[in-house]
Design a binder for this molecule. Sequence first.
Ligand code: BTX
Length: 325
Amino acid sequence: MREKIIETILNNQDEFISGEELSKQLGISRAAVWKHIKVLKEQGYNIESVNKKGYKLVKKPDDLLTYNNICHELDTNFMGRKIEHFDTICSTNDYAKSIASESLDGTIIISEEQTKGKGRLGRQWHSKISEGIWMSAILKPNISPYKAPFITLIAGASIVSALNKLGVNSQIKWPNDIIINNKKVAGILTELSAEIERINYIVLGIGINVKTMEFSQEISEIATSLYKENYRISRVDIVRSIIVEFERLYLDYINKGLKESTLKICREYSAIIGKEIYILQGDSKELVKCIDINDQGNLVIKDNSDKTREIMSGEVSIRGVKGYV
Ligand code: BTX
């Protein structure tokens, strides 16, 4: 009901809408309308109430990652048609996996905080309350499981593309990190449930540091946030923009097998192509030159005996010669 109230107020733009009108449209009493408005105000919605005129949304709370704020006039077909927003959760990826079978394709889970945010290979992902975007999308593409890893590249391309459109100078550290000034601002964790021939679901997890100014000691050297880099952008705008970019690139891929647009973005905004990098795998560390990302989305490198090799995502971690990149 609160979502309906906000939607009705949003649809009324800058006009006041009376309590009576709201109660008529929603089929609830005026007292119930008032109670819901009170809770919405407590949640951070800046709603002006004026005697005899009614209610008006003064300013959309750009901080609250609710369905209404994200989806109002959002130009997508299926991404974000359903959004679940939590104050706190263990991990949006884990929760998404637990509901994936019964969920609609394109469902998104967002939480203000994660108590057990995860990175790849069981690593921890720091997800402090209201300081970032911690979200997961449930996807059910009708493609072969071996084609799934490319979706991580699509996610990376949509994040840099969205951020750069919002004025943020960011790059992709293949395959799953987004970088600003050589530090990690976002990470992607793609999890797959599949049988040999078909995908049951994919959970695409995205973590973006937005407002954090102080990182824990373990990651302070490698992590950054948009605010720290002086980009003060609303989380809602970022999420909206990513969803739109993602849907376009993703549908091109799963319906038409098209990868060009994603690869173009991955190459153009690559933080590592043309550079010397270390490839880390288990205990081994190899210095190589990064040449390209090929049409399969794999990294092409030249090793120290001048041999050209292809590296698949998921196999390795990458470090720069001087530090993180
Ligand atoms: P990754 O394995 O590439 O990166 C994890 C590593 O990054 C950690 O070991 C640590 O060194 C560093 N790190 C941890 N937290 C942060 C942070 N907030 N900012 C920068 N660096 C950090 C990357 O894995 C994939 C992360 C996906 C996170 C999303 S959030 C929503 C969804 N739910 C969930 O549990 N995970 C995903």
